[in-house]
Design a protein around this ligand. Structure first.
Ligand code: HEC
Length: 251
């Protein structure tokens, strides 16, 4: 049986060589990194939800061209993100944007947007195929591909390989997932400074909803449409987390 790991949505973002405008106190650096990490997790989640909203269309056997272009996807992702954060991504480029988006996020959010659109662009042939229902283009595959691309674009040096199918959580992630699984479903984030305060790690939990249970629900062990054994999960249970690792942008 193929083991489905707990977590495959890992963004590892490192900004190299961007000097800060002025030295900032550590709390401010942490606050900026934390907000950036949260927004990245939110954006990846918005992209996953945009795929989910279109799942029936993507898996439509009879239609060829679905019209689910990177641009259509982008608009829907923006809308979901706006509903959940109040932030209009199309205004990001405006220098004096009327909202407080940290400068680190102003570089990284557009990079994740591009990575996400590239994934949808590359999937066009698959999406537009007629005669095939389930295409394995689902929120989870989108999420891991977008994070992998995003990390590559940011030229990250890292030991973790987000594309690795055996994407097991590391020790930190395991302990956070364990802690989260014992708590009620909520929109909590967990964040912690690691590596002598140089790296901030933020995790955003993802919970199962009813529509997830076709694949992740019961009976446990039975194969789902994608060929994986079902987990036997209940609605509201912890499904995994988006994990973001981000440097404090210090000199
Ligand atoms: C069509 C079947 C299907 C549905 C429906 C589905 N998933 Fe999945 N899910 C999968 C597959 C297949 C993977 C593994 C993807 C891969 O190969 O990376 C996966 C992986 C995941 C992962 C990442 C952990 C891992 O094992 O890689 C999470 C988190 C997850 N699903 C949550 C959900 C949630 C939450 C929903 C509902 C909103 C959902 N899934 C709906 C099939 C499904």
């Amino acid at each position: 049986m193929i083991h489905r790991p707990w977590l495959s949505l890992i963004i590892l973002a490192v900004v190299l060589g961007l000097p800060p405008a002025q030295a900032s106190p550590p709390e401010q650096l942490r606050a900026e990194a934390e907000e950036t990490a949260r927004l990245l997790a939110r954006l990846l989640q918005a992209g996953r939800l945009a795929i989910e909203q279109n799942q029936a269309l993507i898996d439509d056997v009879h239609t060829g061209n679905k019209g689910f272009t990177p641009e259509v996807f982008e608009r829907q992702m923006y809308e979901i993100f706006r509903q959940r954060t109040g932030i209009d991504l199309s205004a990001l480029a405006v220098k004096q944007a009327p909202f407080a988006v940290p400068s680190q996020a102003r570089t990284l959010l557009p990079a994740l947007i591009e990575a996400s659109k590239d994934v949808v662009r590359d999937a066009q042939v698959v999406i537009n195929q007629r005669g095939i229902g389930y295409k394995n283009f689902i929120p989870a595959t989108f999420g891991s591909q977008a994070s992998a691309r995003f990390s590559k674009q940011s030229r990250v040096q890292t030991a973790m390989q987000p594309r690795n199918p055996k994407n097991e959580p590391d020790d930190y992630e395991s302990s956070v997932l364990h802690w989260l699984s014992g708590r009620p479903n909520g929109e909590a984030y967990v964040s912690e400074l690691t590596e002598s305060g140089k790296i901030l790690r933020v995790m955003m939990p993802i919970y199962y909803q009813r529509e997830c249970l076709a694949c992740h629900g019961g009976p446990k062990g039975e194969l789902d449409i994608s060929g994986y054994p079902k987990e036997g999960a209940q609605e509201g249970a912890l499904a995994g987390a988006i994990s973001v690792k981000i440097p404090l942008r210090a000199e």
